[in-house]
Design a protein around this ligand. Structure first.
Ligand code: GLU
Length: 467
């Protein structure tokens, strides 16, 4: 194991967002590439907004994507005594102080600063205060350095510098004794010995405050890599408004985890012109330094393209298993129908999602109850009846062969009756599936079996005769 220790630190206030999943993926890739340790930490200090359902949804999303962690999940809510201990250390060292200013006083000062065109910032009233008024509520503030700058070399964004005068004395403990967000993050990252913090770039502004805390506590400062946001097509931050953003909803829509991972890794990261990456290839080729500095736009078409690729090249037995819940949603049971794996093989070439595959598989199990009348109307009634009769006769007398054998049989029907393939194949496809969007005729017949094929053609023949 290398020294590298990274973490994914979601706040459980909602499901696992695709942006969060990409951050988790980048952490995971770096850990796997360098033989480091990937830690999962649930940042649930915001008790009001954190829920058990969100924790479960996040863990479910991580597991579905195969982003396995080596340590955790750790919960910040279990560490309150630890945070308190470090608040005490800072107070004892004079690096933090108790602030008794009331919120009314602070509001008044803030309003005055704004009126006078100054940046609202804590004015340091309690910084040098000697007395400790008995029984009065207080917050604990960090005594932040006042001059100079705080800078760091971000692995993605380069050097970022903040003048210290812009950072006021951060509250690290509230009046009710609870620690605040930035403080908990630092204590956790330091005590978990995190070496590289990879997170969304909405945390860039927290970083100088966190660095000052590391330094005050005498902890080594980790490296930082801030990943740019994911945007919608309108260049606004990706949100529900743009469509699905939850990882699990992509599973439910019929995406494969490897397709979503492949899509996410390419969102902001590139390796030459390569587009297709297995997990092993991602691990081998990933380099946090190659993540782009600008935000990326989520593109569903590209995700669909990747998903289609993984469906096309996927193992039919695995796909069959993954397809089952989608089929159930279409009220299909596969018990009394063709072998699902055989069905999958006929649909793999064309489906973009498992949901689409399920829609196209329904006819194999549920015989059509109606037909695409517009498509049927393109053929004369006499032709339909003759085609259905000839095909039935041919199928009944020939042994069921493979796809090539069945295709040859249809060719014979055409030659013997001087019909074109379109005049035979299309009506039969409608008879078997109800519509015209279906796999090749030979594939359908072999998968359905001759008996069921003849039954369906018979039904369609009665339907045509009644016209
Ligand atoms: N809990 C934070 C979030 O969900 C992440 C904090 C961090 O990675 O430092 O945005």
């Amino acid at each position: 194991m290398s020294e590298l220790r990274v973490r994914f630190a979601p706040s459980p206030t909602g499901y696992l967002h695709v942006g969060g999943a990409r951050t988790a993926l980048f952490n995971w890739l770096l850990a796997r590439k360098q033989g480091g340790t990937f830690i999962l930490r649930i940042e649930d200090t915001d008790v009001e907004r954190s829920t058990k359902e969100s924790v479960d949804a996040i863990l479910e999303g991580m597991k579905w994507l195969g982003l396995d962690w080596d340590e955790g999940p750790f919960y910040q809510s279990d560490s309150f005594p630890l945070y308190k201990e470090y608040v005490r250390k800072l107070l004892d060292a004079g690096k933090a102080y108790k602030c008794y200013c009331t919120s009314e006083e602070l509001d008044a000062k803030r309003n005055l600063a704004m009126q006078e065109g100054r940046k609202p910032k804590y004015d340091g009233t309690c910084r040098e205060r000697a007395d400790q008024p008995e029984g009065q509520p207080y917050v604990v503030r960090f005594r932040a350095p006042q001059g100079g700058v705080t800078a760091f070399d971000d692995l993605i964004k380069g050097t970022i510098t903040f003048p210290n005068e812009e950072l006021d004395d951060l509250i690290i403990q509230r009046t009710d004794g609870t620690p605040t967000y930035n403080f908990c993050v630092v204590i956790d990252d330091a005590t978990m010995r995190i070496t590289t913090v990879i997170r969304g770039d909405d945390h860039v502004n927290n970083t100088p405050r966190q660095i000052q805390l590391y330094e005050a506590l005498g902890f080594p400062v980790p490296q930082f890599a801030h990943v740019p946001m994911i945007l919608g097509a309108d260049k606004a931050r990706l949100s529900k408004r743009h469509g699905a953003t939850s990882v699990i909803s992509y599973r439910d829509m019929g995406y494969l985890p490897e397709a979503l991972l492949n899509y996410l890794v390419r969102l902001g990261w590139s390796h030459g012109d390569d587009e297709i990456f297995s997990s092993e290839e991602m691990i081998q080729k990933f380099d946090i330094g190659n993540v782009g500095r600008s935000a990326s736009v989520f593109n569903t078409e590209k995700l669909n393209w990747l998903n289609a690729h993984y469906i096309k090249t996927g193992d039919p037995a695995r796909l069959a298993g993954l397809l089952l819940p989608h089929l159930s949603a279409h009220e299909v049971t596969t018990l009394n129908g063709p072998d699902l794996m055989a069905v999958v093989k006929t649909l793999q070439e064309r489906a973009q999602t498992l949901e689409e595959m399920a829609e196209r598989a329904v006819f194999y199990y549920n015989a059509p109850v109606s037909y695409d009348e517009a498509a049927l109307a393109k053929f004369d009634k006499e032709l339909l009846l003759a085609v259905f009769a000839a095909v039935t006769e041919k199928l009944a007398s020939a042994p069921l062969g493979d796809v090539a054998g069945i295709d040859a049989l249809f060719k014979e029907v055409c030659t013997e009756n001087s019909w074109k393939m379109g005049q035979v194949g299309q009506p039969v496809r409608i008879a078997l599936s109800g519509g015209t969007q279906a796999p090749g005729i030979g594939e359908i017949v072999v998968t359905l079996g001759v008996d069921e094929t003849i039954r369906r053609i018979q039904k369609a023949r009665e339907h045509a005769a009644g016209k």
